[in-house]
Design a protein around this ligand. Structure first.
Ligand SMILES: Cc1cc2nc3c(=O)[nH]c(=O)nc-3n(C[C@H](O)[C@H](O)[C@H](O)COP(=O)(O)OP(=O)(O)OC[C@H]3O[C@@H](n4cnc5c(N)ncnc54)[C@H](O)[C@@H]3O)c2cc1C
Ligand SMILES: Cc1cc2nc3c(=O)[nH]c(=O)nc-3n(C[C@H](O)[C@H](O)[C@H](O)COP(=O)(O)O)c2cc1C
Length: 751
């Protein structure tokens, strides 16, 4: 096979080497526009595991990488005059020049044709002469751009500016510095890649970078500025440049990675932010997968398809982690005020790949420090005495809002059961909520409970609009209070334009076939084209709805609920006032966000006045509508600010369900970043919800300060005893209800 490789970076050289090694008859040539020694940058870093997996593909590479790599095990975080060290991370660094030289030498020895200083500007000629063209020409790939119709690339240029420098200072650990000068916050990612040489990447927000004049700086001025700024950290060592220009990181994705006889490898196909240090590893793993696919001899098209199928899942997974990581570095200004230990923990867990749990396996002493600090804070704020030897896991620390103290940070998220008769909860609700309270959660939310019969989503929804409703709820509340340590919350709602619909299992949000009741909204916009058109609410309608909310709040008090949540999410009445896609009013209740919030805040104020001062209130919001022109995360920060000004105690941060054509970006913890942002930018407590299902994630969210409580919905449908199972696995003793205490009495029989 005649193979032409465009680009002599790690992807191109490794692919050339592996292909030639696989079959010496292959005619393999690499076209590289620069000379070998002319490459950009300094060192690259691999995790030990990644390096070993790659090196094992070629014993000579294994040996070379093993001797030439510099190894370390710790991460050091310098912030606000403090230094935290976390161990157990096993990395190795290697000079990029050395890596390329090793790969090139091996290519030469195997008979690969290396054509340096050959700049391929017209890939068509190369494509015509070869059986296979490997486009490994990096992030600015000429080949990808020439065939962009086929590859359909997306290049998302990130806002921060960074420069890749080197220094003679030998950093003993992977080192992060965070330093503020009069222009703003500067971040440094530094690591040693060979004895006496380190990579030193400086990163800042664009306004900070411009403020310091770096937009006009050449390499010499950049070095002079950075040496001055990091004089103390560099301890007399100099910075050096190597084509070190300030850049913005491009996140690159392609809809297809192959076309005809061309295949994209490495940065040409995908990039992963340097803060997860995996671009070179991904590039080289691509080369391994391509060689494997070609070895199966099922024809070129099948092989290229197999390569793409094999590589997409791990690449996309790493890109998701890299995205979370780069966002953390873009948002670091938000976190710098955190206590240094929490800042360090948040940094280490930023990509979601490292959790409280696996960090504990790597560095138990560091996690014990974090847990002790977290528990001490929780004890101070809640007034609950805690035993700190050992400290409880973050999820088992108390949390206080007004006079309500929760014994742990896990909550059962509100879940409609569509099983009430005329709004009255029955035995189903008693068992459903009772079981989950017995399951150990600190707080159990009852479902969205409607403030009038017309406010219901469906005929099966619960209500609080008749005295008998309060009595039925009281039975449930008393069971929870009388038999478990859990507290119980009510979520008050009004379905608005999403009302008068079927039970969810008969057609979610679909209008009732018969027996509909009139529905209300801020504007006369139906949910589906075939849904009932809501009446645009008049002032009289608003006053009536406020009265309904207040009546429901008083009934909730009679029932004995501990916390009252107002539902302002998911496209129901109050949410539909807040979102510009469902509220097109021209009066003082439409238009700007302040106007759209006016009626929801009137409701909130009226309920707050009726709900006792000592009992807390929360509000659930949709932080984004997931549609263009809808609510964006930045808007939800303003919503939370207004809620805080109206004495809301905690914001329950959900997302979407405003319109049926939403395009949510699902994934693990997909809504947690919204809770995180609100918590830090507004300074209000938050609850995170959405695809949280492991105790490792709950502990990570809490300890890193992304939220104060974690709500789990579907995980609690699977397992009402979710919290007890977590306690058991974490070795934490959670009190049993009295009738189950005998579990411990009988323990010896089972051991
Ligand atoms: C600041 C920074 C820090 C990084 N840190 C790390 C790290 O610690 N660990 C890590 O694994 N990765 C890191 N990376 C990423 C890493 O550098 C890349 O992901 C990796 O180099 C990708 O390899 P590649 O072979 O696909 O592309 P490249 O290394 O970019 O190689 C492409 C090659 O193609 C050549 N070329 C381009 N166009 C043509 C043409 N038209 N004709 C001929 N030749 C051409 C170029 O000269 C170049 O040699 C970092 C990146 C940056 C920007
Ligand atoms: C059966 C079911 C009913 C739900 N009912 C409500 C509800 O009454 N009020 C509400 O705010 N969210 C409701 N939700 C959304 C959940 O509270 C939660 O936000 C969502 O399921 C995401 O969390 P999860 O990934 O842990 O399931 C419901 C979810 C489910 C699965």
């Amino acid at each position: 096979m005649k193979v032409r490789v465009i680009g002599g970076g790690p992807a191109g050289l490794f692919a050339a080497l592996l292909l030639k090694r696989q079959d010496p008859k292959h005619d393999v040539h690499v076209y590289e526009r620069n000379r070998l020694e002319e490459t950009f940058g300094f060192g690259v870093v691999f995790s030990d595991a990644a390096e070993q997996a790659l090196a094992a593909r070629d014993p000579e590479i294994t040996e070379a990488m093993a001797t030439l790599s510099h190894r370390w095990d710790s991460i050091e975080i310098h912030h606000a005059g403090t230094r935290f060290t976390s161990t157990g991370h096993a990395f190795s660094g290697l000079s990029r020049k050395t890596l390329l030289r090793v790969l090139a030498d091996r290519c030469g020895a195997l008979g690969v044709g290396l054509c340096f200083q050959r700049d391929v500007q017209d890939p068509a000629a190369v494509i015509a002469e070869a059986d296979l063209v490997i486009a490994a020409d990096g992030a600015n790939s000429v080949v990808r751009e020439r065939y962009r119709e086929e590859f359909r690339p997306s290049v998302e240029v990130r806002p921060n500016k960074f420069v890749w420098l080197g220094t003679s200072k030998p950093f003993p650990a992977f080192t992060f510095y965070f330093k503020t000068d009069r222009h703003g916050l500067w971040r440094v990612h530094a690591y040693q890649y060979e004895p006496g040489f380190s990579t030193f990447i400086v990163e800042a927000r664009e306004e900070t970078w411009r403020g310091a004049g770096m937009d006009r700086a050449g390499e010499a001025q950049t070095i002079a500025f950075c040496e001055r700024l990091f004089q103390e950290e560099l301890q007399g060592h100099r910075l050096v440049s190597n084509r070190s220009i300030w850049r913005s990181f491009p996140t690159i994705r392609n809809e297809r990675w192959h076309h005809g006889n061309i295949v994209l490898l490495g940065d040409a196909a995908h990039t992963a932010h340097f803060s997860v240090g995996s671009g070179t590893k991904l590039a080289m793993e691509d080369a391994v997968a391509l060689t494997e696919a070609l070895s199966r001899d099922h024809g070129l098209e099948t092989a290229l398809q197999a390569y793409e199928e094999a590589r997409r899942p791990p690449v996309e997974s790493l890109q998701r982690a890299a995205q979370a990581s780069l966002q953390w570095f873009e948002d670091t200004e938000r976190y710098v005020k955190l206590p240094p230990i929490q800042f360090a923990f948040a940094l280490l867990t930023r990509s979601l790949r490292v959790t409280h749990e696996n960090l504990k396996a790597r560095d138990p002493a560091f996690v014990a420090k974090v847990d002790t600090w977290f528990a001490e804070e929780a004890a101070k704020r809640s007034g609950v005495r805690l035993s700190l030897s050992p400290p409880p896991p973050p999820m088992f620390t108390p949390f206080r809002l007004r006079d309500l103290t929760l014994m742990n940070r896990v909550a059962v998220s509100p879940m409609c059961q569509y099983s009430a008769g005329d709004g009255t909860p029955g035995d189903w609700h008693l068992v459903h909520l009772g079981a989950r309270a017995m399951g150990g959660a600190g707080l159990v939310f009852a479902e969205m409970t409607n403030v009038s019969a017309e406010a219901r989503i469906s005929p099966g929804c619960t209500g609080l609009y008749k005295p008998e409703h309060a009595a039925a709820w009281k039975r449930i509340v008393e069971f929870v209070h009388g038999n478990t340590a859990a507290k119980i919350a009510i979520q008050l709602g009004h379905a608005g334009r999403k009302g008068s619909t079927r039970l969810s299992w008969d057609g979610d949000s679909e209008p009732l076939p018969s027996g509909n009741w009139p529905i209300l909204g801020p504007s006369a916009i139906p949910y589906y084209p075939h849904s009932q058109v809501p009446k645009e609410m008049t002032r009289v309608d608003m006053d009536a709805a406020i009265r309904d909310y207040v009546r429901a709040a008083k009934l909730a008090l009679e029932a004995g609920f501990d916390l009252l949540e107002i539902h302002m999410a998911h496209g129901y009445l109050l949410a539909s006032f807040i979102s510009p896609v469902t509220n097109t009013r021209r009066d003082e209740y439409g238009g700007a966000l302040e106007n759209r919030m006016r009626f929801p805040l009137e409701v909130f104020d009226a309920v707050r006045a009726a709900w006792p001062q000592e009992k807390p209130m929360s509000v659930r919001i949709s932080a984004t509508d997931w549609v263009p022109g809808g609510m964006e995360p930045a808007d939800s920060v303003e919503v939370a600010r207004m809620l805080k000004a109206h004495q809301c105690d905690i914001v329950d941060v959900s997302a979407g369900q405003t319109v049926p054509d939403q395009k949510p970006v699902y994934g693990r913890l997909f809504q947690t970043p919204f809770a995180d942002r609100i918590r830090h930018e507004v300074g209000i407590a938050t609850m995170a919800v959405g695809n949280i299902s492991s105790y490792a994630d709950v502990n990570t969210i809490l300890a890193s300060g992304r939220a104060d409580l974690c709500l789990l919905a579907r995980a609690h449908l699977w397992d009402p005893y979710w919290t007890r199972h977590a306690a058991h696995e974490l070795g934490y003793k959670l009190e049993w209800p009295d009738p189950y205490e005998s579990l411990d009495t009988y323990k010896p029989r089972f051991t």
